[in-house]
Write a protein that binds this ligand. Structure first.
Ligand code: ADE
Length: 246
C-alpha cells in the first residue's frame, strides 16, 4: 500500500518512518510512504500556502498547491484512490474504517492547517473526511500519523508472525484482557493462578471473561451481543449474571 501525504510539515513524518511498525512495513516492502511538501507546489518567492478567508476570519489553505500536488500524485499513481482530508469535521476514525482503508492500493492524506482549507479542495479532490476524535489539533499531521500507523498494522505481513492483529482490542468487538509477565509475585501482588496452570482451554475462557468484564465496565457501548460468537455470548451472559449478584 502506498500512503501519499500532502503537508507543509514533511519533517514531522521522517522520524516516524525510521522506527517501529511503519519502518518494519517499509523494510518488508509492504508499504511505502511518499511525502509531498505543499510548499514545493507554490509559485511565489515566499512559497505561500495560505491566505485570508474571504468575508473575514483567519488563514485558509490555498487551493493551488493542493491541486498541483494532487496532479503529481495522479501522475505517479494512476488508478482510482481514496483522498482523505484530516479535519475535526470528518467522520470519526475507527478500526472498521481503518480495515476499509487497508483494502486500498493507495491512500492520499491531506493535512489541513490553519483555520481550514479552501472549500474547492473539499468539493473537487476529497473522497473522505476523517477526524481522529472530538478535539481540535493545530493540523492534520498528527491525525495522519495515527491513520498511517493504524492501517499499517492491519496490512498482512507488516506485524510479522510474532504479533497477531486479530487478537487486538477493537479487532474484536471488546477490549483486551489483563496481561502479566514475570515475576510471578511483584510487591505482594500475584499473577492469577490460572495463567500458570498450563490449561489452555481454561486460560482462554478466563481471558475472554476478563475482557468482557472490562468492556462492560468501561465501554458497554462496544458490546453488541449480535456481534459475538456463541461461546462469547454465553460468557457475557455469565458475567452479567455475576454482576447482578455481586
Ligand atoms: N485537524 C485538527 N484536529 C483534528 C482532528 N481531531 N482530527 C483530524 N484532523 C484534525
Amino acid at each position: 500500500m502506498i500512503f501519499y501525504v500532502l503537508t507543509i510539515f514533511p519533517e514531522f513524518f521522517y522520524p516516524f518512518l525510521e522506527k517501529g511498525i511503519v519502518a518494519k512495513g517499509i523494510e518488508r516492502k509492504k508499504l511505502e510512504i511518499r511525502i509531498k511538501n505543499l510548499r514545493d507546489f507554490t509559485k511565489d518567492k515566499r512559497r505561500t500556502v495560505d491566505d485570508y478567508s474571504f468575508g473575514g476570519g483567519g488563514m485558509v489553505l490555498k487551493p493551488e498547491p493542493v491541486f498541483l500536488a494532487m496532479d503529481e500524485v495522479n501522475k505517479e499513481f494512476k488508478n482510482k484512490k481514496r483522498v482523505v482530508l484530516l479535519t475535526p469535521q470528518g467522520e470519526i476514525f475507527t478500526q472498521r474504517k481503518a480495515e476499509e482503508f487497508a483494502r486500498e492500493k493507495a491512500l492520499v492524506l491531506i493535512c489541513g492547517r490553519y483555520e481550514g482549507v479552501d472549500e474547492r479542495i473539499r468539493e473537487t479532490l476529497i473522497t473522505d473526511e476523517i477526524s481522529i476524535g472530538d478535539y481540535v489539533l493545530a493540523g492534520g499531521e498528527l491525525p495522519s500519523l495515527v491513520v498511517i500507523e493504524t492501517i499499517s498494522r492491519i496490512i498482512p505481513g507488516v506485524l510479522g508472525k510474532e504479533r497477531s492483529y486479530e487478537e487486538d482490542s477493537f479487532t474484536q468487538p471488546f477490549l483486551d484482557w489483563p496481561h502479566y509477565t514475570r515475576p510471578r509475585e511483584f510487591r505482594g501482588k500475584q499473577v492469577p493462578e490460572i495463567l500458570l496452570s498450563g490449561n489452555h482451554q481454561e486460560i482462554k475462557k478466563w481471558r475472554l471473561k476478563e475482557a468482557l468484564k472490562r468492556t462492560l465496565q468501561r465501554r458497554p457501548d462496544l458490546l453488541k451481543e449480535e456481534l459475538l460468537d456463541k461461546e462469547t455470548g454465553k460468557i457475557l451472559r455469565e458475567v452479567k449474571r455475576e454482576r447482578r449478584l455481586g
